[in-house]
Design a protein around this ligand. Structure first.
Ligand SMILES: CC(C)(COP(=O)(O)OP(=O)(O)OC[C@H]1O[C@@H](n2cnc3c(N)ncnc32)[C@H](O)[C@@H]1OP(=O)(O)O)[C@@H](O)C(=O)NCCC(=O)NCCS
Length: 145
């Protein structure tokens, strides 16, 4: 059975580290703002085992005019569980959470390898690709809710 529920930031590390910070120290899994009240972390549990995570930050990007924006960060599914629909379920969970909080727009910096995944969920690219140090090439993507 699959369940998505809110989890503390520390519980994301066992997924953040192998998927997003491979071969990097655990400290690299701590994101600025992880523990402020407006930040929310969600975990997808498959038979009580955490297999996917997503974090939602109340963070605006001045490129967009919308007043109420949220940024997705730390989207990751454990390797053996990828391409089974879990990532989509987590993004949709965040979208519903945002809609119920009157958030007007979701944006994030997407790794180039993940752009196709977000496009399937109707996110759009804006601007040119850019590099994030130690992580690689990214695109700014967004969706108006
Ligand atoms: C990218 C990621 C979050 C997607 O989650 P997932 O559970 O594997 O994806 P889903 O199974 O929900 O895929 C939904 C759809 O997107 C497609 N898709 C998944 N990953 C894709 C990718 N990297 N490129 C293109 N399409 C992709 C799936 O085939 C599926 O399409 P379908 O509905 O036609 O079958 C996951 O693979 C992951 O953690 N990757 C490594 C870390 C990463 O890149 N995170 C994002 C950082 S910005």
């Amino acid at each position: 059975m699959n369940i998505i529920k809110e989890i503390p930031s520390k519980e994301t590390y066992p997924v953040r580290q192998p998927v997003l910070r491979k071969d990097k120290p655990i400290e690299s899994c701590i994101f600025e703002g992880d523990d402020i009240e407006s930040t929310h972390h969600f975990g997808l549990f498959n038979d009580e085992k955490l297999i996917g995570i997503i974090s939602l930050f109340k963070q605006s990007n001045l490129i967009f005019a919308e007043k109420d924006q949220a940024q997705i960060r730390g989207m990751a599914i454990l390797e053996n569980n990828q391409k089974k629909g879990f990532g989509e379920a987590l993004v949709k969970h965040c979208e519903n959470y945002c809609k119920s909080n009157k958030t007007e727009l979701i944006w994030f910096n997407a790794r180039t390898a993940a752009v196709g995944f977000y496009r399937k969920l109707n996110y759009e690219i804006t601007g040119k690709p850019f590099d994030i140090k130690d992580v690689g090439e990214h695109y700014l993507m967004f969706k108006k809710l």
